[in-house]
Design a protein around this ligand. Structure first.
Ligand SMILES: [Zn+2]
Length: 506
Protein backbone atom coordinates (compact mmCIF):
# COMPACT_ATOMS: atom_id res chain seq x y z
CA UNK A 1 0.00 0.00 0.00
CA UNK A 2 1.36 3.40 -0.94
CA UNK A 3 1.48 5.81 1.96
CA UNK A 4 0.28 9.33 1.33
CA UNK A 5 1.90 12.30 3.05
CA UNK A 6 -1.28 14.02 4.25
CA UNK A 7 -1.67 15.81 7.56
CA UNK A 8 -4.71 15.11 9.74
CA UNK A 9 -6.53 17.75 11.79
CA UNK A 10 -9.26 16.36 14.03
CA UNK A 11 -11.40 19.13 15.51
CA UNK A 12 -13.73 18.15 18.33
CA UNK A 13 -16.18 20.86 19.38
CA UNK A 14 -17.53 19.88 22.77
CA UNK A 15 -21.35 19.53 22.99
CA UNK A 16 -21.83 20.35 19.29
CA UNK A 17 -25.41 19.60 18.24
CA UNK A 18 -26.05 18.69 14.62
CA UNK A 19 -29.20 20.81 14.48
CA UNK A 20 -27.38 24.09 15.25
CA UNK A 21 -25.00 23.93 12.27
CA UNK A 22 -26.01 25.70 9.08
CA UNK A 23 -24.63 22.83 6.94
CA UNK A 24 -27.16 20.55 8.66
CA UNK A 25 -30.01 22.92 7.80
CA UNK A 26 -29.95 25.47 10.64
CA UNK A 27 -31.21 28.87 9.51
CA UNK A 28 -28.75 31.05 11.46
CA UNK A 29 -25.19 31.64 10.21
CA UNK A 30 -23.43 29.68 12.96
CA UNK A 31 -20.89 27.81 10.85
CA UNK A 32 -19.76 29.35 7.53
CA UNK A 33 -16.27 27.80 7.72
CA UNK A 34 -17.48 24.34 8.72
CA UNK A 35 -20.10 24.65 5.93
CA UNK A 36 -17.38 25.33 3.36
CA UNK A 37 -15.37 22.31 4.57
CA UNK A 38 -18.57 20.25 4.22
CA UNK A 39 -19.22 21.62 0.70
CA UNK A 40 -15.69 20.63 -0.29
CA UNK A 41 -15.89 17.23 1.35
CA UNK A 42 -18.19 14.60 2.80
CA UNK A 43 -20.96 15.29 5.29
CA UNK A 44 -22.43 12.39 7.25
CA UNK A 45 -26.08 13.12 7.95
CA UNK A 46 -26.55 10.25 10.38
CA UNK A 47 -23.44 10.08 12.56
CA UNK A 48 -23.81 8.96 16.19
CA UNK A 49 -21.55 9.23 19.19
CA UNK A 50 -20.78 5.97 21.03
CA UNK A 51 -21.43 7.47 24.47
CA UNK A 52 -22.82 10.76 25.79
CA UNK A 53 -19.82 11.95 27.87
CA UNK A 54 -16.52 13.50 26.92
CA UNK A 55 -13.77 11.21 28.27
CA UNK A 56 -15.19 7.93 26.91
CA UNK A 57 -16.45 9.55 23.70
CA UNK A 58 -12.99 10.87 22.80
CA UNK A 59 -11.55 7.48 23.76
CA UNK A 60 -13.85 5.86 21.17
CA UNK A 61 -12.76 8.36 18.49
CA UNK A 62 -9.09 7.77 19.29
CA UNK A 63 -9.21 3.96 19.53
CA UNK A 64 -11.96 3.01 17.02
CA UNK A 65 -13.65 1.02 19.78
CA UNK A 66 -16.93 1.26 21.70
CA UNK A 67 -16.83 1.96 25.47
CA UNK A 68 -17.81 -1.67 26.15
CA UNK A 69 -14.56 -2.61 24.37
CA UNK A 70 -12.10 0.04 25.59
CA UNK A 71 -13.44 -0.01 29.13
CA UNK A 72 -13.92 3.72 29.90
CA UNK A 73 -17.58 4.47 30.64
CA UNK A 74 -17.53 7.64 32.75
CA UNK A 75 -16.17 11.16 32.60
CA UNK A 76 -13.69 13.17 34.66
CA UNK A 77 -13.42 12.28 38.33
CA UNK A 78 -16.11 9.59 37.89
CA UNK A 79 -13.71 7.35 35.94
CA UNK A 80 -12.85 4.51 38.33
CA UNK A 81 -9.51 2.78 38.74
CA UNK A 82 -11.21 -0.42 37.55
CA UNK A 83 -12.16 1.28 34.27
CA UNK A 84 -8.59 2.49 33.83
CA UNK A 85 -7.31 -1.06 34.41
CA UNK A 86 -9.81 -2.40 31.89
CA UNK A 87 -8.65 0.17 29.40
CA UNK A 88 -4.98 -0.74 29.77
CA UNK A 89 -5.66 -4.45 29.48
CA UNK A 90 -8.02 -4.08 26.49
CA UNK A 91 -5.19 -3.80 23.97
CA UNK A 92 -6.65 -0.54 22.58
CA UNK A 93 -4.22 1.55 20.57
CA UNK A 94 -4.81 5.21 19.84
CA UNK A 95 -4.63 7.17 16.61
CA UNK A 96 -1.66 9.15 17.94
CA UNK A 97 0.30 5.98 18.79
CA UNK A 98 -0.32 4.55 15.34
CA UNK A 99 0.48 7.71 13.38
CA UNK A 100 3.61 8.29 15.44
CA UNK A 101 4.88 4.91 14.25
CA UNK A 102 4.40 6.15 10.70
CA UNK A 103 6.54 9.23 11.23
CA UNK A 104 3.88 11.73 12.22
CA UNK A 105 4.37 14.57 14.69
CA UNK A 106 1.44 14.25 17.07
CA UNK A 107 -0.15 17.21 18.86
CA UNK A 108 -3.24 17.50 21.06
CA UNK A 109 -4.51 20.90 22.10
CA UNK A 110 -6.71 19.51 24.82
CA UNK A 111 -6.97 19.20 28.60
CA UNK A 112 -8.13 15.67 29.34
CA UNK A 113 -4.62 14.20 29.91
CA UNK A 114 -4.32 10.67 31.45
CA UNK A 115 -4.65 7.86 28.83
CA UNK A 116 -5.58 10.44 26.18
CA UNK A 117 -1.92 11.57 26.19
CA UNK A 118 -0.69 8.28 24.74
CA UNK A 119 1.30 8.75 21.57
CA UNK A 120 1.24 12.55 21.60
CA UNK A 121 4.47 14.58 21.35
CA UNK A 122 2.59 17.53 22.83
CA UNK A 123 -0.51 17.37 25.02
CA UNK A 124 -1.87 20.52 26.62
CA UNK A 125 -4.25 23.37 25.94
CA UNK A 126 -2.16 26.48 26.30
CA UNK A 127 0.59 27.98 24.21
CA UNK A 128 2.59 28.60 27.36
CA UNK A 129 2.69 24.86 27.98
CA UNK A 130 4.70 24.24 24.84
CA UNK A 131 7.86 25.28 26.64
CA UNK A 132 6.73 23.76 29.90
CA UNK A 133 5.60 20.48 28.45
CA UNK A 134 8.84 18.60 28.70
CA UNK A 135 11.21 20.66 30.77
CA UNK A 136 9.55 22.26 33.80
CA UNK A 137 6.70 20.35 35.33
CA UNK A 138 4.33 23.04 36.56
CA UNK A 139 4.98 24.07 40.10
CA UNK A 140 2.37 23.94 42.74
CA UNK A 141 4.29 25.01 45.78
CA UNK A 142 1.33 26.01 47.88
CA UNK A 143 0.29 22.82 49.56
CA UNK A 144 -2.41 24.25 51.82
CA UNK A 145 -5.85 23.64 50.32
CA UNK A 146 -7.24 26.57 52.29
CA UNK A 147 -4.80 29.07 50.74
CA UNK A 148 -5.36 27.56 47.30
CA UNK A 149 -9.09 27.89 47.71
CA UNK A 150 -8.74 31.58 48.75
CA UNK A 151 -6.43 32.21 45.79
CA UNK A 152 -8.91 30.48 43.51
CA UNK A 153 -11.75 32.69 44.75
CA UNK A 154 -9.66 35.77 43.95
CA UNK A 155 -8.81 34.51 40.49
CA UNK A 156 -12.42 33.53 39.82
CA UNK A 157 -13.30 37.20 39.95
CA UNK A 158 -10.57 38.22 37.55
CA UNK A 159 -11.84 38.64 33.94
CA UNK A 160 -11.05 35.62 31.82
CA UNK A 161 -8.74 37.49 29.44
CA UNK A 162 -6.61 38.59 32.41
CA UNK A 163 -6.51 35.05 33.78
CA UNK A 164 -5.03 33.97 30.48
CA UNK A 165 -2.46 36.77 30.59
CA UNK A 166 -1.38 35.76 34.08
CA UNK A 167 -1.42 32.09 33.22
CA UNK A 168 2.03 31.43 34.63
CA UNK A 169 1.21 33.04 37.98
CA UNK A 170 -2.05 31.15 38.30
CA UNK A 171 -0.16 27.99 37.47
CA UNK A 172 2.39 28.67 40.16
CA UNK A 173 -0.44 28.84 42.67
CA UNK A 174 -2.00 25.69 41.23
CA UNK A 175 -5.20 27.65 40.69
CA UNK A 176 -5.26 28.02 36.93
CA UNK A 177 -8.99 28.01 36.58
CA UNK A 178 -10.30 28.22 33.30
CA UNK A 179 -11.30 26.73 30.11
CA UNK A 180 -8.79 28.07 27.63
CA UNK A 181 -10.70 29.94 24.96
CA UNK A 182 -10.75 29.08 21.25
CA UNK A 183 -8.40 31.89 20.31
CA UNK A 184 -5.66 30.68 22.66
CA UNK A 185 -6.14 27.10 21.57
CA UNK A 186 -5.81 28.05 17.92
CA UNK A 187 -2.67 30.03 18.77
CA UNK A 188 -1.24 26.94 20.46
CA UNK A 189 -2.02 24.84 17.38
CA UNK A 190 -0.44 27.40 15.04
CA UNK A 191 2.70 27.65 17.18
CA UNK A 192 3.08 23.86 17.14
CA UNK A 193 2.68 23.68 13.36
CA UNK A 194 5.15 26.55 12.85
CA UNK A 195 7.87 24.55 14.60
CA UNK A 196 7.72 21.86 11.93
CA UNK A 197 9.89 21.53 8.85
CA UNK A 198 8.33 21.73 5.40
CA UNK A 199 8.36 17.97 4.76
CA UNK A 200 7.07 17.01 8.24
CA UNK A 201 3.67 15.31 8.55
CA UNK A 202 1.47 15.98 11.56
CA UNK A 203 -1.65 14.81 13.35
CA UNK A 204 -3.33 17.56 15.33
CA UNK A 205 -6.36 17.24 17.61
CA UNK A 206 -8.00 20.42 18.91
CA UNK A 207 -10.74 20.07 21.51
CA UNK A 208 -12.66 23.37 21.70
CA UNK A 209 -14.97 23.88 24.70
CA UNK A 210 -16.49 27.34 24.07
CA UNK A 211 -19.89 26.00 22.91
CA UNK A 212 -20.29 24.08 26.19
CA UNK A 213 -22.05 25.89 29.04
CA UNK A 214 -21.37 28.20 30.91
CA UNK A 215 -20.30 30.10 27.74
CA UNK A 216 -18.00 32.46 29.64
CA UNK A 217 -15.11 32.28 27.16
CA UNK A 218 -17.12 33.69 24.23
CA UNK A 219 -16.18 37.27 23.24
CA UNK A 220 -18.99 39.83 23.52
CA UNK A 221 -19.13 40.53 19.78
CA UNK A 222 -20.30 36.96 19.11
CA UNK A 223 -22.98 37.16 21.79
CA UNK A 224 -24.18 40.36 20.11
CA UNK A 225 -24.33 38.60 16.73
CA UNK A 226 -26.91 36.09 17.97
CA UNK A 227 -29.69 37.79 19.89
CA UNK A 228 -32.38 35.51 21.37
CA UNK A 229 -35.58 35.19 19.31
CA UNK A 230 -37.56 35.26 22.54
CA UNK A 231 -36.40 36.45 25.92
CA UNK A 232 -38.06 33.46 27.62
CA UNK A 233 -38.72 32.92 31.32
CA UNK A 234 -36.19 33.56 34.08
CA UNK A 235 -33.64 30.78 34.38
CA UNK A 236 -34.10 30.86 38.17
CA UNK A 237 -37.58 29.36 37.69
CA UNK A 238 -36.05 26.50 35.66
CA UNK A 239 -33.95 25.60 38.65
CA UNK A 240 -37.03 25.31 40.87
CA UNK A 241 -38.45 22.69 38.49
CA UNK A 242 -35.49 20.38 39.07
CA UNK A 243 -34.91 21.13 42.76
CA UNK A 244 -35.72 17.50 43.70
CA UNK A 245 -32.64 16.27 41.82
CA UNK A 246 -29.61 17.60 43.66
CA UNK A 247 -27.01 16.43 41.14
CA UNK A 248 -28.76 17.93 38.12
CA UNK A 249 -29.64 21.04 40.13
CA UNK A 250 -25.97 21.70 41.06
CA UNK A 251 -24.83 21.07 37.51
CA UNK A 252 -27.45 23.43 36.07
CA UNK A 253 -27.00 26.14 38.72
CA UNK A 254 -23.30 26.40 37.97
CA UNK A 255 -23.91 26.43 34.24
CA UNK A 256 -26.51 29.17 34.39
CA UNK A 257 -24.57 31.57 36.57
CA UNK A 258 -24.25 34.20 33.79
CA UNK A 259 -27.59 33.58 32.04
CA UNK A 260 -30.72 35.32 33.26
CA UNK A 261 -33.35 34.35 30.68
CA UNK A 262 -33.92 30.96 29.04
CA UNK A 263 -33.94 32.47 25.53
CA UNK A 264 -30.28 33.41 25.96
CA UNK A 265 -29.17 29.77 26.27
CA UNK A 266 -29.44 28.87 22.61
CA UNK A 267 -28.25 32.29 21.39
CA UNK A 268 -25.09 32.04 23.54
CA UNK A 269 -24.58 28.49 22.29
CA UNK A 270 -24.84 29.73 18.68
CA UNK A 271 -22.34 32.48 19.53
CA UNK A 272 -19.95 29.82 20.88
CA UNK A 273 -20.17 27.79 17.67
CA UNK A 274 -19.60 30.88 15.51
CA UNK A 275 -16.62 31.91 17.65
CA UNK A 276 -15.01 28.47 17.20
CA UNK A 277 -15.93 28.51 13.50
CA UNK A 278 -14.08 31.82 13.05
CA UNK A 279 -11.06 30.34 14.83
CA UNK A 280 -11.10 27.35 12.44
CA UNK A 281 -11.18 29.91 9.62
CA UNK A 282 -8.07 31.60 11.06
CA UNK A 283 -6.35 28.21 11.28
CA UNK A 284 -7.25 27.42 7.65
CA UNK A 285 -6.06 30.82 6.39
CA UNK A 286 -2.71 30.27 8.06
CA UNK A 287 -2.40 26.77 6.58
CA UNK A 288 -3.25 28.16 3.13
CA UNK A 289 -0.64 30.91 3.49
CA UNK A 290 1.99 28.29 4.28
CA UNK A 291 0.90 25.85 1.53
CA UNK A 292 -0.16 23.23 4.07
CA UNK A 293 -3.94 23.32 3.57
CA UNK A 294 -4.03 21.31 0.33
CA UNK A 295 -2.29 18.36 1.93
CA UNK A 296 -4.41 18.37 5.10
CA UNK A 297 -7.48 16.26 5.83
CA UNK A 298 -9.98 17.88 8.24
CA UNK A 299 -12.33 15.94 10.45
CA UNK A 300 -14.96 17.96 12.33
CA UNK A 301 -17.22 16.43 14.94
CA UNK A 302 -18.78 16.85 18.39
CA UNK A 303 -18.29 14.42 21.27
CA UNK A 304 -22.05 14.55 22.15
CA UNK A 305 -24.83 17.12 21.92
CA UNK A 306 -26.87 18.89 24.60
CA UNK A 307 -30.46 18.61 25.86
CA UNK A 308 -30.96 22.37 26.32
CA UNK A 309 -34.45 22.86 27.75
CA UNK A 310 -35.67 19.29 27.41
CA UNK A 311 -37.96 18.61 30.38
CA UNK A 312 -36.16 16.79 33.19
CA UNK A 313 -32.77 16.91 31.47
CA UNK A 314 -32.18 20.67 31.36
CA UNK A 315 -28.81 21.69 30.00
CA UNK A 316 -27.16 18.35 30.49
CA UNK A 317 -26.05 15.72 28.05
CA UNK A 318 -27.48 12.88 30.11
CA UNK A 319 -30.00 10.61 28.45
CA UNK A 320 -29.95 9.17 24.96
CA UNK A 321 -32.28 11.35 22.93
CA UNK A 322 -31.35 12.57 19.46
CA UNK A 323 -30.20 16.05 20.55
CA UNK A 324 -27.43 14.30 22.49
CA UNK A 325 -26.60 11.21 20.42
CA UNK A 326 -26.79 12.56 16.84
CA UNK A 327 -23.51 14.36 16.14
CA UNK A 328 -22.04 16.23 13.16
CA UNK A 329 -19.31 14.48 11.20
CA UNK A 330 -17.51 16.09 8.27
CA UNK A 331 -14.45 14.81 6.41
CA UNK A 332 -12.78 17.15 3.97
CA UNK A 333 -9.49 17.24 2.09
CA UNK A 334 -7.30 15.29 -0.33
CA UNK A 335 -8.52 11.81 -1.28
CA UNK A 336 -12.14 12.70 -0.50
CA UNK A 337 -14.92 13.65 -2.92
CA UNK A 338 -16.58 17.08 -2.79
CA UNK A 339 -20.25 17.87 -2.07
CA UNK A 340 -20.98 14.34 -0.93
CA UNK A 341 -23.82 13.64 1.51
CA UNK A 342 -24.00 10.25 3.20
CA UNK A 343 -27.29 9.15 4.72
CA UNK A 344 -26.26 5.78 6.21
CA UNK A 345 -25.45 5.28 9.91
CA UNK A 346 -21.85 5.84 10.94
CA UNK A 347 -20.21 6.20 14.37
CA UNK A 348 -17.13 7.75 15.94
CA UNK A 349 -15.51 4.31 15.98
CA UNK A 350 -15.33 4.49 12.15
CA UNK A 351 -13.13 7.59 12.09
CA UNK A 352 -9.80 5.93 12.89
CA UNK A 353 -9.97 3.08 10.31
CA UNK A 354 -11.12 5.63 7.69
CA UNK A 355 -8.20 7.96 8.44
CA UNK A 356 -5.68 5.10 8.19
CA UNK A 357 -7.16 3.99 4.87
CA UNK A 358 -6.98 7.56 3.54
CA UNK A 359 -3.30 7.67 4.48
CA UNK A 360 -2.59 4.32 2.82
CA UNK A 361 -1.83 2.60 6.15
CA UNK A 362 -2.67 -1.12 6.22
CA UNK A 363 -5.56 -1.85 8.62
CA UNK A 364 -4.77 -5.57 8.98
CA UNK A 365 -2.62 -5.34 12.16
CA UNK A 366 -5.36 -3.49 14.07
CA UNK A 367 -8.51 -4.68 15.74
CA UNK A 368 -11.12 -1.90 15.65
CA UNK A 369 -14.87 -2.08 16.27
CA UNK A 370 -15.39 0.57 13.60
CA UNK A 371 -14.95 0.19 9.88
CA UNK A 372 -13.31 2.08 7.06
CA UNK A 373 -15.95 4.37 5.52
CA UNK A 374 -14.29 4.89 2.13
CA UNK A 375 -16.31 2.13 0.37
CA UNK A 376 -19.50 3.71 1.77
CA UNK A 377 -18.37 7.14 0.51
CA UNK A 378 -17.75 5.59 -2.93
CA UNK A 379 -21.14 3.82 -2.68
CA UNK A 380 -19.47 0.43 -2.93
CA UNK A 381 -21.03 -0.93 0.24
CA UNK A 382 -23.72 -0.22 2.80
CA UNK A 383 -23.51 1.57 6.11
CA UNK A 384 -24.15 -0.04 9.47
CA UNK A 385 -27.81 -1.08 9.79
CA UNK A 386 -28.07 0.77 13.12
CA UNK A 387 -26.19 2.96 15.59
CA UNK A 388 -25.69 2.24 19.30
CA UNK A 389 -25.01 4.81 22.02
CA UNK A 390 -24.35 4.14 25.69
CA UNK A 391 -25.21 6.44 28.58
CA UNK A 392 -22.12 7.39 30.58
CA UNK A 393 -24.15 8.45 33.63
CA UNK A 394 -25.20 4.85 34.23
CA UNK A 395 -23.24 1.66 33.87
CA UNK A 396 -25.87 0.10 31.70
CA UNK A 397 -28.20 2.05 29.47
CA UNK A 398 -28.13 1.74 25.71
CA UNK A 399 -29.96 3.29 22.77
CA UNK A 400 -30.43 1.54 19.46
CA UNK A 401 -31.16 3.85 16.53
CA UNK A 402 -32.63 2.22 13.46
CA UNK A 403 -33.96 3.95 10.34
CA UNK A 404 -37.41 4.66 11.75
CA UNK A 405 -37.13 4.01 15.49
CA UNK A 406 -35.17 4.72 18.66
CA UNK A 407 -35.19 2.01 21.31
CA UNK A 408 -33.71 2.66 24.78
CA UNK A 409 -33.10 -0.04 27.37
CA UNK A 410 -32.41 1.23 30.90
CA UNK A 411 -31.59 -0.41 34.21
CA UNK A 412 -34.33 -0.55 36.83
CA UNK A 413 -34.43 2.51 39.06
CA UNK A 414 -33.33 0.55 42.10
CA UNK A 415 -30.48 -1.11 40.21
CA UNK A 416 -27.19 -0.10 41.86
CA UNK A 417 -25.70 0.64 38.45
CA UNK A 418 -28.26 3.37 37.82
CA UNK A 419 -26.04 6.04 39.29
CA UNK A 420 -28.01 9.25 38.90
CA UNK A 421 -31.46 7.94 38.09
CA UNK A 422 -32.00 10.55 35.42
CA UNK A 423 -32.41 10.40 31.70
CA UNK A 424 -34.93 7.59 31.40
CA UNK A 425 -38.70 7.48 31.54
CA UNK A 426 -39.07 3.75 31.86
CA UNK A 427 -37.03 0.56 31.56
CA UNK A 428 -37.96 0.33 27.88
CA UNK A 429 -38.58 3.26 25.56
CA UNK A 430 -39.50 3.21 21.89
CA UNK A 431 -40.04 6.24 19.67
CA UNK A 432 -41.25 6.45 16.09
CA UNK A 433 -38.81 9.10 14.85
CA UNK A 434 -40.74 9.75 11.65
CA UNK A 435 -43.91 10.69 13.52
CA UNK A 436 -42.29 11.86 16.75
CA UNK A 437 -38.82 13.30 16.04
CA UNK A 438 -38.59 14.93 19.48
CA UNK A 439 -39.11 11.56 21.20
CA UNK A 440 -42.01 12.60 23.41
CA UNK A 441 -44.36 9.59 23.06
CA UNK A 442 -42.98 6.34 24.39
CA UNK A 443 -44.74 3.58 22.41
CA UNK A 444 -42.81 0.62 23.90
CA UNK A 445 -45.98 -0.75 25.54
CA UNK A 446 -48.29 -0.32 22.56
CA UNK A 447 -45.83 -1.52 19.89
CA UNK A 448 -44.49 -4.49 21.83
CA UNK A 449 -43.43 -6.49 18.74
CA UNK A 450 -41.19 -3.65 17.47
CA UNK A 451 -39.75 -3.11 20.95
CA UNK A 452 -38.96 -6.84 21.29
CA UNK A 453 -37.35 -6.95 17.86
CA UNK A 454 -35.13 -3.97 18.79
CA UNK A 455 -34.28 -5.45 22.16
CA UNK A 456 -33.11 -8.63 20.43
CA UNK A 457 -30.79 -6.69 18.09
CA UNK A 458 -29.34 -4.76 21.04
CA UNK A 459 -28.78 -7.85 23.21
CA UNK A 460 -27.16 -9.70 20.27
CA UNK A 461 -24.84 -6.75 19.69
CA UNK A 462 -23.87 -6.68 23.37
CA UNK A 463 -23.19 -10.44 23.31
CA UNK A 464 -21.03 -10.02 20.22
CA UNK A 465 -19.06 -7.22 21.87
CA UNK A 466 -18.61 -9.37 24.98
CA UNK A 467 -17.22 -12.25 22.90
CA UNK A 468 -14.90 -9.92 21.06
CA UNK A 469 -13.68 -8.50 24.37
CA UNK A 470 -12.92 -11.89 25.87
CA UNK A 471 -11.03 -12.97 22.72
CA UNK A 472 -8.94 -9.81 22.89
CA UNK A 473 -8.33 -10.39 26.60
CA UNK A 474 -6.88 -13.84 25.90
CA UNK A 475 -4.20 -12.29 23.73
CA UNK A 476 -3.49 -9.55 26.20
CA UNK A 477 -1.45 -9.70 29.37
CA UNK A 478 -2.73 -7.67 32.32
CA UNK A 479 -1.14 -4.29 31.97
CA UNK A 480 -0.63 -1.89 34.83
CA UNK A 481 -1.38 1.80 34.45
CA UNK A 482 1.74 3.61 33.21
CA UNK A 483 2.73 6.21 35.86
CA UNK A 484 3.15 8.93 33.23
CA UNK A 485 -0.48 8.45 32.20
CA UNK A 486 -1.89 8.91 35.69
CA UNK A 487 -2.60 12.53 36.57
CA UNK A 488 0.20 14.58 37.92
CA UNK A 489 -1.09 16.48 40.96
CA UNK A 490 -1.12 19.62 38.89
CA UNK A 491 -3.08 18.02 36.02
CA UNK A 492 -5.65 16.64 38.43
CA UNK A 493 -6.09 20.05 40.05
CA UNK A 494 -6.38 21.62 36.62
CA UNK A 495 -9.02 19.10 35.50
CA UNK A 496 -11.00 19.64 38.70
CA UNK A 497 -10.92 23.39 38.12
CA UNK A 498 -12.23 22.92 34.62
CA UNK A 499 -14.94 20.50 35.72
CA UNK A 500 -15.91 22.98 38.45
CA UNK A 501 -15.97 25.73 35.85
CA UNK A 502 -18.15 23.62 33.53
CA UNK A 503 -20.49 22.78 36.40
CA UNK A 504 -19.70 19.08 36.85
CA UNK A 505 -18.46 19.19 40.43
CA UNK A 506 -19.08 21.47 43.43
ZN1 LIG B 1 -18.08 16.82 26.09
Amino acid sequence: MKQLPYNIILIVIDALRTENLSCYGYKKPTSPTIDSLARNGVIFENAYCCINHTDPSLTSMFTGRFPVSHGIAHHGTDVTEEEMKQFYSSGSVSIAQILKQFGYHTFAVSWLYRWHKRGFDFYGDSEKEIGLNKSIRPVSFIKSNKIRSIARKIFENVPFSLQNSFFFITKLFGVSKGIINAESMTNTALTLIKQLKKQDKFFLNIHYTDAHLPFDTIPKKYKQMFRPDKKGGKTASLLKRISNNHQLMQFTKNDLKGIKYSGEIESCYNAGIRYVDDEIKRLILDLKKNNIFDKTIFIITGDHGDNFLREGLFLSHFGLYEQVTHVPLILSGPGLPKRKKIKGFVQHTDMLPTVLELLGIDLAPYDFDGKNLLPLIKEENKSWPFAITMDGATEWRFALRTKKFKYILSPLNNDPCCKYGIGARDVEELYDLEKDPLENNNIAKTKKDIATEHKKILINWLEEMKDRKSKRRKNQKTVSIPPEEVYTKEEEEKLKEKLRNLGYID
